[in-house]
Design a protein around this ligand. Sequence first.
Ligand code: FCB
Length: 447
Amino acid sequence: MKDRAYRFPTGFLWGTATSAHQVEGNNTQNNWWAWEQEPGRILQGHRSGRACDWWAGRWREDFDRAAEAGQNAHRLSVEWSRIQPAPDRWDEGALEVYREMLQGLRARHMVPMVTLHHFTDPLWFAERGGWEREDAPQRFAAFVEKVVEGLGDLVSLWCTINEPNVLAYMAYLEGTFPPGEHSLRKALRVMVHLLRAHAAAYRVLHRRQPHARVGMAIHYRGFVPARPHSRWDRWVARMLSRLFNDFFPYAAQTGVLLFPWGRRREPELQGTQDFVGVNYYTQDRVQFDVRAVDAFFARRFYPPDADLSDHGFIANEPEGMYRALHWAYAFGVPVFVTENGVEDADDDLRPRYLAQHVHQVWRAVQEGLPVQGYFHWTLVDNFEWDRGWTQRFGLWALDVDTQERRKRPSADFYAAICRSNALRYEDVARYCPEVLHRVFPQASTVG
Ligand code: FCB
């Protein structure tokens, strides 16, 4: 029984995910850099600064870390504002740096997945109205054209837009991301433009690269009715899921936009995804609340006994991963877990979070779901947007001032998973014995 293992199919991709602004440093030409300079925008006044110093070349040592840890893939993003610093100017030097990075991945036998938009916009784009403008999709498509022309020989796995649902929510409803708006009307408008930008990018990529595989990374949030027997809780959970989770992949599959009040067809969106990328972190309990008008009549919370992360940001809810993969499968294309991880400076929760989530991925794979890879968020602690450096998601810890990296135990645990292409009993027993009986229920009773 002790050699029990949940084995993954040959060729399964194991990696970590990163994004340009969070790791490169000195991205001075984008809207986030400007946002960070405004008082009160980022927790404790933190700034991205040098970040993980990748632009100065530290990607090399971090890619070494990833490769030595058995990872065979890596998801990174290219920074639009570096490649197109002004509407009429392309920076070939910046593209060259990305070429080096992608060659660096390939030399280390890691498959690159490249994200074309991960939350940041060039300042010039933001200043002329950003995603609210009707012509934003064409602007984005021109950038994508330039990228595929410059990097297309090195990558064929593309993620057009990271978490368009989170972007619309945080930037246009909650107002914690730039441009800090609170307008449902604007959020919906931006959602439509992001979808059109995705579809335009899909076409550009496939025209230039017929074998390309193109998708979005959608933040899937589980919404579980707090009182399963309440029709109202079930209704509100469904409504939130439809608006937040379904909107983007459903439109890319069917060409139908699911608005809160009804549907609208946009045929050119149809059939524009070759995979669904799932970013899964946690799930909420939701209860109908007639007073919560601004929150779509939902009160969202974690169960009182939840296994919470450092700042209570994430509850360890692994079954939500299983549900997320079933949800993604319904769109009829292969699935990647494009992000999953937890903030945990001391690494006391991460090992069991990792084991339990990878176990749920395996369950889905075992049932025949076409899940083709898993990217852990993230390799090295990085700049966590409005939460600054307060949240530590890295397999490696980072001292932001000295740039020193320190390996957390989870890095070794994840390496064991990647190298063996399996979640093994012995590794769970070693790194997180407290969940051994849950992850290997039969084995642990037999001994
Ligand atoms: C996701 C983002 C990613 C990172 C993680 C923790 O929503 O895509 O950039 O911030 O959360």
